[in-house]
Design a protein around this ligand. Structure first.
Ligand code: ZN
Length: 374
């Protein structure tokens, strides 16, 4: 029996692999911060054995709530990711699984690698009206890719979509893949109408270094990028610094920042009600956008989510709130579950890459529904 994680996004520490019924592992924290939750490893030599994998430091995770009613993701081919029975006792996360094949991957959520990202953006640029650029480089020198959909023009709305500020939230990449598939479909009337009226700027993968390293939350310098928007630093958080520079150049009429949420088993948007300049216009835009999206797909809802900030108390180091305040525009964090949407549960797959893609595709209709208001 063998455990390994020496691949893109891999994360695990081996404590003991002597017995299949007590494989003891630990999650490695982010390389320069204490956050831990993302795991991704391969187990070999186990076909037909009832394996019990115990992650003994799960109690130190970023979100302990994230392990409650959570089932780990497993795959034999890294295309289909199914859920396996998992329990949490307050400290140890225990995965029980009898693999059908000799080698199996386990992960916190279906991974989306840097290579998949490169395939995505390079395929996208082959469509008419789509240009691939980069806004700058990450701490470790990776290009931060930007896709521009539609011919830029003064009178068009500027719409931004960002993904993977938090590298362990791989569902954001699947979401953006679904969104791009739809936006680049020339037979789709919704996409065509949006492209007539708007230019879409998409950065599918902001925290590439963190993702490759198997970090949960931070970049190679240990910075949580979604707490860097007030005053980003070229040295410590270049991913945010260069993105913001580009936004200041284009302007922003709508910004959507795509994330995953460990604890809450629903899809939701985090409100900008606490920003200093939360005008009536922004309040009604936020309400229209979220209510419209809810009517477009049952996977989006407005009942469950984070408690709203009190007036003026929003944390402006967070991307969505900062951009809303800075550009006086609708700007939302979109959260997808790691577990499942409890309004429409799927015991076999839980919340999945496919559902993230469908949700991303549905965003186009939600955007069109408010495009004249933004
Ligand atoms: Zn996040």
């Amino acid at each position: 029996m063998k455990v390994s994680s020496n691949f893109d996004g891999g994360n695990i520490r081996i404590i003991s692999t002597k017995h299949v019924d007590n494989i003891e592992l630990q999650i490695r924290p982010d390389n320069r911060a204490d956050f831990l939750q993302w795991f991704y490893f391969r187990l070999q030599g186990v076909a037909g054995y009832p394996c019990r994998i115990r992650i003994t430091n799960a109690g130190n995770a970023f979100s302990k709530e994230g392990w409650e009613n959570y089932n780990a993701c497993a795959s034999y081919d890294r295309m289909t990711w199914f859920r396996v029975p998992t329990t949490f006792d307050g400290q140890v996360l225990t995965i029980d699984h009898t693999p059908e094949y000799n080698a199996v991957f386990y992960a916190y959520f279906a991974p989306y690698t840097y290579d998949q990202h490169l395939d995505l953006v390079h395929a996208a640029q082959r469509f008419p009206q789509c240009i691939l650029e980069s806004v700058g480089q990450t701490v470790e020198g990776k290009d931060i890719d930007l896709l521009i959909l539609g011919e830029p023009a003064e009178n068009k709305k500027k719409i931004w979509v960002l993904g993977r500020q938090h590298p362990g939230e791989s569902m954001a990449s699947w979401f953006i893949q679904g969104f791009l598939d739809r936006m680049l479909d020339e037979d789709d009337p919704v996409s065509r109408r949006i492209i007539e009226r708007a230019v879409i700027y998409v950065i599918p993968y902001l925290n590439i270094d963190g993702g490759i390293r198997g970090n949960m939350r931070t970049n190679a310098n240990g910075m949580d990028l979604n707490r860097e928007w007030e005053n980003p630093s070229k040295e410590k958080s270049p991913e945010v610094y260069y993105t913001l520079q580009y936004m200041l150049k284009t302007g922003v009429d709508l910004n959507l920042d795509i994330h995953g949420e460990e604890g809450i088993p629903y899809v939701f948007a985090s409100s900008i009600q606490g920003i200093p300049d939360f005008t009536k216009r922004l309040a009604s835009l936020q309400e229209h956008f979220t209510m419209n999206w809810e009517s477009i797909t049952p996977d989006f809802q407005t009942e469950y989510g984070y408690p709203g900030d009190r007036p003026g108390k929003a944390n402006l180091s967070i991307c969505s709130k900062n951009i809303a305040q800075r550009f006086n525009c609708l700007s939302l964090t979109i959260e997808m579950p790691f577990k499942d949407n409890d309004n429409l549960p799927d015991p076999q797959y839980g919340w999945s890459p496919e559902r993230s893609e469908h949700l991303g595709a549905s965003l186009a209709s939600a955007i069109l529904s408010i495009i004249d208001e933004i």
